[in-house]
Design a protein around this ligand. Structure first.
Ligand code: NAP
Ligand code: F7E
Length: 332
């Protein structure tokens, strides 16, 4: 049975990846960190996961990206065939407020995990969730694996460090270390302080009369927004490729925050202009105006391409928020 260790199992991507891996028959081990609440909202409600915890195919272990000894111990104990490294502080505005913490969890956390693999399970395939943010405001569009790295925020700088480490460990130590240069990917499980989920949630609450406005930063930035489940399929294809390499995963199409608002409010026949309040609290010291990825290498070498369109994604996210409200629940 394939044994997989996931850092970031409680996050958006980690929860989808876990469902996929369990349905494919793998044994999944997840890293969770100590907190005052035991609720893990993206995992707790999934019946297949509850069953897998009972039959021992899903195990959660306490560790932290800041704590080498727990990571070293865990990798030695589990002896994973694959390690999907998805954990870290990933919010860009917060990375300006907490640059040192971001560098430690996202940058050094990757080093600690790579060392744990090199010393304790050198045959393990290591996957890093890298990001389109490494390109900053790129001079070329769309961006591909050869586009120069030019980070403009502390999160992106930490991911550049992490991606360089993956390349170094691949070359210097012969590890199967690979990465996905992931463009934005969204879903009903996206964190509530990312713009797509924030808008989808607000639309549902406004439509049901619970709120009247949503405060946003700039509406002009454009992002290559894909669907998290498509990305999670791509991540697995990269980790299972014949040789370790880095691949862009993207849709190739960019839309503005304004486009997202227009469509999302449109699902409930609302006009975003009556409900969106521009608020400088949600702008950033440096903004990237457009990201757009070229995933032709992943398509050519791995046969990967995204399925869900932008319009379908927006509908899915708003409908999911409406359904959760109508069931009397908060969405996970
Ligand atoms: P997410 O929902 O924010 O999940 C982050 C995960 O990391 C959570 O499980 C979190 O645990 C865990 N974590 C954070 N700090 C940790 C620490 N110090 N020790 C152990 N675990 C820690 O992120 P996501 O959207 O699934 O993204 C997954 C990865 O892809 C991230 O590395 C992100 O940078 C990268 N990425 C994402 C996107 C995107 O559009 N989603 C695009 C490019 C790259 P808690 O639940 O305890 O907080
Ligand atoms: O912002 C603008 C904001 O925070 C998207 C992370 O997963 O993808 C994500 O980073 C755009 C930006 O995602 C608000 O300024 C306007 O231009 O949803 P976001 P992001 O910054 O693109 C990359 C690829 C990652 O790797 C990251 O980990 O929307 N925006 N108003 C806003 N953004 C937020 N969050 N909140 C607002 O109110």
């Amino acid at each position: 049975m394939t044994r997989v260790l996931i850092s970031g199992i409680t996050g958006q991507d980690g929860s989808y990846l876990t469902e996929d891996l369990l349905s494919g028959g793998a044994e999944v081990h997840g890293i969770v960190r100590q907190s005052s609440l035991l609720q893990r909202t993206r995992l707790d409600h999934i019946p297949a996961l509850a069953a897998a915890r009972t039959d021992g195919r899903l195990k959660l272990h306490y560790a932290d990206l800041s704590d080498s000894s727990s990571l070293q111990w865990l990798v030695r104990q589990v002896q994973p065939d694959f390690l999907y490294h998805l954990a870290g502080q990933s919010h860009i505005k917060i990375s300006f407020d907490m640059p040192e913490y971001t560098a430690d969890s996202t940058g050094l956390g990757t080093l600690r995990l790579l060392e744990a693999v090199r010393q304790g399970a050198p045959g393990c395939r290591f996957f890093l969730a890298a990001t389109s943010e490494i390109f900053g405001q790129a001079e070329e569009s769309p961006q591909n694996e050869k586009t120069p790295m030019a980070p403009v925020n502390p999160y992106a700088a930490a991911k550049v460090y992490a991606l360089n480490l993956v390349r170094i460990y691949r070359r210097a130590h012969g590890l199967f270390a690979c990465s996905g240069i992931l463009f934005n990917h969204e879903s009903p499980r996206r964190g509530e302080n990312y713009v797509t989920r924030k808008i989808a949630r607000a639309v549902a609450r406004i439509a049901r009369g619970l709120e009247t406005t949503v405060h946003l930063g700039s509406l002009e930035p454009r992002r290559d927004w894909g669907y998290a489940l498509d990305t999670v399929r791509g991540i697995q294809a990269i980790a299972n490729a014949p040789a370790p390499d880095d691949y862009v995963l993207a849709t190739g199409v960019a839309h503005s925050v304004r486009d997202f608002c227009e469509l999302a409010f449109g699902v409930c026949e609302l006009d975003y202009r009556s409900h969106v309040v521009l608020d400088p609290d949600y702008t950033r010291p440096v903004e990237i105006f457009e990201t757009r990825g070229d995933a032709s290498k992943a398509k050519r070498e791995l046969g990967w391409q995204p399925d869900l369109t932008f319009e379908e994604l927006v509908h899915l996210m708003v409908r999911s928020e409406l359904d959760a409200l109508d069931r009397g629940e908060e969405n996970r």
